[in-house]
Design a protein. Sequence first.
Lengths: 204, 204
Amino acid sequence: MSGLRARQKADRHRRIIEAAAALFRDAGYEGAKIETIAAQAEVSVGTIYNYYQNKGDILGAIVSMEVNEVLNAGQGVVANPPANVGDALDTLLGIYIEHSLHYLSKEMWRQAMAISTQLPDSPFGQAYTALDRALTEQIRALIARLQAIGLVRRDIDGQALGELVFNNMNMMFIEFVKRDEARIAELRAAIRRQNRILVTAIAA
Amino acid sequence: MSGLRARQKADRHRRIIEAAAALFRDAGYEGAKIETIAAQAEVSVGTIYNYYQNKGDILGAIVSMEVNEVLNAGQGVVANPPANVGDALDTLLGIYIEHSLHYLSKEMWRQAMAISTQLPDSPFGQAYTALDRALTEQIRALIARLQAIGLVRRDIDGQALGELVFNNMNMMFIEFVKRDEARIAELRAAIRRQNRILVTAIAA
DNA sequence: TTCTAAAATTGAGTCAATTCTGTTTTTATG
DNA sequence: CATAAAAACAGAATTGACTCAATTTTAGAA
């Protein structure tokens, strides 16, 4: 049961994703027609829908890969954070933000975010929510680490703080991808300014 | 130039919105077909597209009315806030949240939010961004008021704090509308818990 | 090898948003 | 009042995501 069929399946998955990624990049999400993706991937339209529930799920698969890379990169910071609360947060969030436009254009992010709120119960909608949670959890882990080191007061509610920091960054990121002319440097500066309030409140 | 034509125009606008609102409520956003809205409003499909760029903009008009009511209600709190930082924030955000499901179902919110990120440059996309800014501004105004009264430290960056509070609430609200079973009371409690960190940091 | 049931693929067909083009209504002017 | 230009309307045609019944391919038993 794991021979030819499984190999073909994996291969078709890959071909579909590659075709879609290329087209999303070149023509934008709306501009990429399923029919064209199917032709590029050398499968039929029906087959695409056998692999993904809808167009959004194809984008979802690409987004998930991207965010998982980001999560991986973040691990390093959590394990070995800068010896200063503000810098630690800035470094972790900086990784998230700088990585974010590596494979995905702002337009792709806009679509992905839109789909995840529009269809929260679709495979991608659930995956996206899980990714958000994973990012929140990583921030919370960083805070816990800083508390352990003694850089953050122990009596701070780490869970609530992690949510606050993530929610703020995420909302700022949403606004960022909504404006094509917005620059990463400005985004990071704005978030730093907002976090400064927190940093002074929680530093040990 | 301001006689019959203008009156008919206003009347058609009203009829379209009323028909759409009723249908969105009964059949959901996706379930409401433009053709049906047109029939209900006694105009043709083409006419609807003469008044609104797309289906989302119709929903947008409804959402805007709702949010403007909320902004109005918020004014009262800003003018006369509870004599305690935590309660003041909780009261204002509480008004936002409690009002939010008055005319709009969670499904309608999901669609509205999705459209506003998907098409940030459409009429509704821009209007939605403006509404977000207005809410942020109102929170900032409350903070300024609390600083004037002496309940919040004067050296706090009111702008950044306002953004932080709004962004966190908004993100929590997004997660709230994504889960049909989520309850308002839990949402408010979670936000209160997050804000507690801020409150202790900024109270004079 | 040959056969059969299960799994997967195909692509023409459906459905609903949006566009397009010709017609009608309104306004402004002589 | 007549009339031409401008604005708005109607609804048929287009478009593109998604479905589904028929066909093909695969796995494994005989």
